[in-house]
Design a protein around this ligand. Structure first.
Ligand code: UDP
Ligand code: MG
Length: 319
C-alpha cells in the first residue's frame, strides 16, 4: 500500500481562493505518484461561502475531507484540528490562499524520504508584505531566539511544513490553549531540515492578520515558550533599584552639604515618579501576561468543537 500524504489547510473566509487552492494542490499531489493523498480543509468558522464550496468539492472528489469548526477559533486552533483529523503518514500543513507555493511539495517529500521528520519551508522573499511587517518579523525572531533557551526557532519559517506521523503524534499531545505551532514543532524535535521557497502574494482576498493580531501573536509566541520576560522584569527591577540608590546617595549628599539647590527638586521628583511608576507597570504587565495564561490553561477547556466532518475515502497506510 502506498503511503498517504495529508495536505491540511485551515481556511477562514477563503471563498475567493479555496477552489483554486484545491485545483492546484490536486494537480501537484497527482504528480506524486509514489503516494496516495488526502486533502483536508479545516473551516475555521467562515462567514462566507467557503463551507459550501468545500462541500461541493467533497461530493465530487472522495480524496477531500472537510472539518468544520463550531465557530472561528483562530488559525492556531484550526491547525490543531487539522492535525487531529489528518489521516496521512505524512502531513503537509499549508495556508489555503496559495501563498505557500505548492510546487515545492515533491522536494519536501524527498527530504522526508531521506529520513527527516519535519521539513520547514523557509521564505526567501516576502512579496506583498510591507517593510514594517518584515521588520517586525525580524525583531520577533531576534527576541525569541535570545530568550527561548534550548528551543531554537528557524527564521522566516511560517506554518508551511511537512511533518511525519510520529512528529504529528507528538504535536497532538501538546494541547495548551495558547498555541504557537511553529514553536511547538521545534519543541517536539525529531530530525528537522528546511528548504527555501519564494513566498508569493495572496492570490485573492486579504490577510486576516493586522498589526494588533501580529503584536498579540508575538506576545503569545514569547510567553507561551519562555519565562524569560519574567527574568527581564527582575533585571529591570535591579537596574531601577541601582539607579534609585545612586540618586538617593546624591540627595543625601546634598542634604549633608546644605546644598542651596535642595528646594528645587520638582523636576527630578516628577521624573523619578514617572520612571518608577512605568517600571512597575511594565513588570505588572508581564506578571499579568503569565497569570492570564495560567488562568486560561487551568480551565482545561477543549480546544475546539467540530460541527461537521466529511471523511475522505483515503486511509493511513498503517506503515
Ligand atoms: N485562518 C484561519 N483562521 C483565522 C485566520 C486565518 O483558519 O482566524 C487561515 C486562513 O484562511 C489562511 C491561513 O489561516 O489559510 C493564514 O491566514 P492569512 O493568509 O490571513 O495569514 P498570512 O498569510 O497573511 O500570515
Ligand atoms: Mg496568507
Amino acid at each position: 500500500m502506498k503511503k498517504v500524504i495529508s495536505v491540511v489547510a485551515p481556511a477562514y473566509n477563503e471563498e475567493e481562493s479555496i477552489q483554486r487552492f484545491y485545483e492546484v494542490i490536486k494537480g501537484v499531489l497527482e504528480g506524486c505518484t509514489n503516494y496516495d493523498y488526502e486533502i483536508l480543509i479545516v473551516n475555521d468558522g467562515s462567514k462566507d461561502n467557503t463551507p459550501n464550496i468545500v462541500r461541493d468539492i467533497c461530493a465530487k472528489d472522495k480524496k477531500v475531507s472537510f472539518v468544520s469548526l463550531s465557530r472561528n477559533f483562530g488559525h492556531e486552533i484550526a491547525v490543531m484540528a487539522g492535525m487531529d483529523y489528518a489521516k496521512g503518514d505524512v502531513v503537509i500543513l499549508m495556508d489555503a490562499d496559495l501563498q505557500d507555493t505548492p510546487s515545492i511539495i515533491p522536494d519536501m517529500l524527498k527530504k522526508y524520504e531521506e529520513g527527516y521528520d519535519v521539513v520547514n519551508a523557509k521564505r526567501k522573499s516576502r512579496d506583498g508584505e510591507t517593510w514594517m511587517k518584515k521588520f517586525t518579523a525580524k525583531m520577533f525572531y531576534k527576541v525569541f531566539s535570545a530568550s527561548s533557551g534550548k528551543v531554537k526557532m528557524p527564521e522566516n519559517v511560517g506554518n508551511y511544513r511537512l511533518v511525519s506521523r510520529r512528529a504529528v503524534e507528538g504535536f497532538k499531545k501538546l494541547r495548551e490553549t495558547h498555541r504557537f505551532a511553529r514553536g511547538l514543532f521545534c519543541w517536539v524535535g525529531y530530525p528537522t531540515t528546511e528548504i527555501e521557497f519564494e513566498r508569493d502574494a495572496r492570490i485573492a482576498g486579504k490577510t486576516k492578520y493586522n498589526y494588533k493580531t501580529m503584536i498579540n501573536y508575538a506576545i503569545e509566541g514569547l510567553t507561551s515558550f519562555t519565562t524569560a520576560p519574567l527574568r527581564w522584569a527582575t533585571y529591570l527591577g535591579i537596574i531601577t533599584a541601582i539607579v534609585a540608590l545612586c540618586y538617593a546617595i546624591y540627595v543625601l549628599f546634598m542634604v549633608f552639604t546644605h546644598d542651596p539647590n535642595l528646594e528645587r527638586g520638582w523636576a527630578s521628583m516628577v521624573i523619578l515618579i514617572l520612571f518608577f511608576g512605568s517600571a512597575q507597570l511594565i513588570v505588572l504587565g508581564i506578571l499579568g501576561e503569565y497569570l492570564g495564561r495560567i488562568f486560561d490553561e487551568t480551565k482545561n477547556r477543549p480546544l475546539y468543537f467540530v460541527q461537521e466532518y466529511i471523511n475522505s475515502d483515503v486511509n493511513n497506510s498503517g506503515k
